[in-house]
Design a protein around this ligand. Structure first.
Ligand SMILES: Nc1ncnc2c1ncn2[C@@H]1O[C@H](COP(=O)(O)OP(=O)(O)OP(=O)(O)O)[C@@H](O)[C@H]1O
Length: 299
């Protein structure tokens, strides 16, 4: 048992219903109840933990402690973490209504674009979460629709924070990057470095996808090399003129090849919150920037 362990055990949680929510490359997530207060939580088991060397394990555990200390209405809260059976278990707030990737996919297959007011209402919550993370000196490193979770209240929360790089390879390079290639910034594609502004590139891709229902650099048949070329040239289809100049302009100021030319997370949030306050606004649950619009249920 490592010092990190705060006494929690797997036995403190029981499966809720069918249990399994889904699997990732190195992880499996279950729907559980915490016995002491009957709270419904998502319990993520990370399977490759035992394959990491002790330095990497310690870095990872320290990062989890940092992530546990974050508290924001639009960030999936890490509740607990412990090691048992040589595997790492992380308990988090449970998102009952899936993720933004699913919502975008359903809108795309129905051929129904999201109204611009909804795009801003969704986006401002993610921008708020990211500016908070950056103010705490934490990078996300894997912003994408599938990592934005939908709570039963309709509030959106940014999840899957920053840990992926510990599990992406057994050779844990200091500057290793992970990310969905479609949202990867030019500097990451080139393998140079990960920067605060790399999160902004990905956030720009996410705003583009909310508006167009497709990723800016997606086309059929791309491989890593051809995708990289498109990204380096920022070769994407313009967003329809049906969307406001402000939305198109904000995307343009985030998807910039030179990180120095991208807005920072405070500036992005400032634009978004102004738009939510404008005539595009759809009433949120309680009128604040972090409340969310009612989100259609997954069918
Ligand atoms: N807090 C949560 N509440 C509800 N569902 C969650 C939560 N966290 C993750 N999930 C879901 O659990 C499944 C597995 O997630 P996980 O983070 O392990 O991998 P992934 O992100 O899907 O894949 P990858 O390993 O490629 O990053 C996904 O369907 C994800 O949406």
């Amino acid at each position: 048992m490592e010092a990190f362990n705060n006494g929690s055990r797997l036995a403190d949680y029981e499966m809720d219903g069918a249990g399994l929510i889904g699997r990732g490359k190195f992880s499996v997530v279950h729907r559980t109840r915490r016995k002491r207060d009957n709270k419904r939580v998502a319990l993520k088991k990370i399977q490759v933990f035992e394959m990491m060397d002790s330095k990497c394990r310690n870095e990872c555990l320290n990062e989890i402690k940092l992530l546990q200390s974050l508290g924001h209405p639009n960030i999936v809260q890490y509740l607990d973490a412990f090691i048992e059976d040589n595997e790492l278990h992380v308990a988090m707030e449970l998102a009952e209504r899936g993720d933004l990737g699913g919502l975008i996919k359903r809108a795309a297959s129905a051929g129904t674009p999201l109204p611009e007011g909804h795009v801003w209402e969704y986006f401002v919550q993610i921008a708020d979460a990211l500016r908070y993370m950056h103010s705490k000196r934490v990078m996300h490193r894997d912003i994408k629709p599938a990592n934005v979770f939908i709570m039963d209240t309709g509030v959106l929360k940014l999840g899957d924070l920053g840990l992926g790089r510990y599990f992406s390879s057994k050779t844990n390079m200091v500057h290793s990057t992970v990310g969905t290639p479609f949202y990867m910034s030019p500097e990451c594609i080139q393998g140079s470095y990960y920067d605060w502004k790399s999160d902004i590139w990905s956030l720009g891709c996410l705003l583009y996808e909310l508006a167009t229902l497709r990723s800016p650099f997606f086309t059929e048949g791309l491989n890593y090399y051809t995708l990289g070329k498109k990204i380096n040239k920022r070769a994407f289809e313009p967003i329809s003129g049906a969307f406001s100049a402000e939305l198109r302009g904000l995307v343009d100021h985030m998807i910039q090849v030179d990180p120095a030319h991208r807005l920072d997370s405070e500036a992005v949030y400032a634009v978004a919150v102004q738009r939510v306050g404008s005539s595009f606004s759809t009433p949120g649950m309680d009128g604040g920037a972090s409340t969310g619009v009612p989100v259609p249920m997954a069918s």
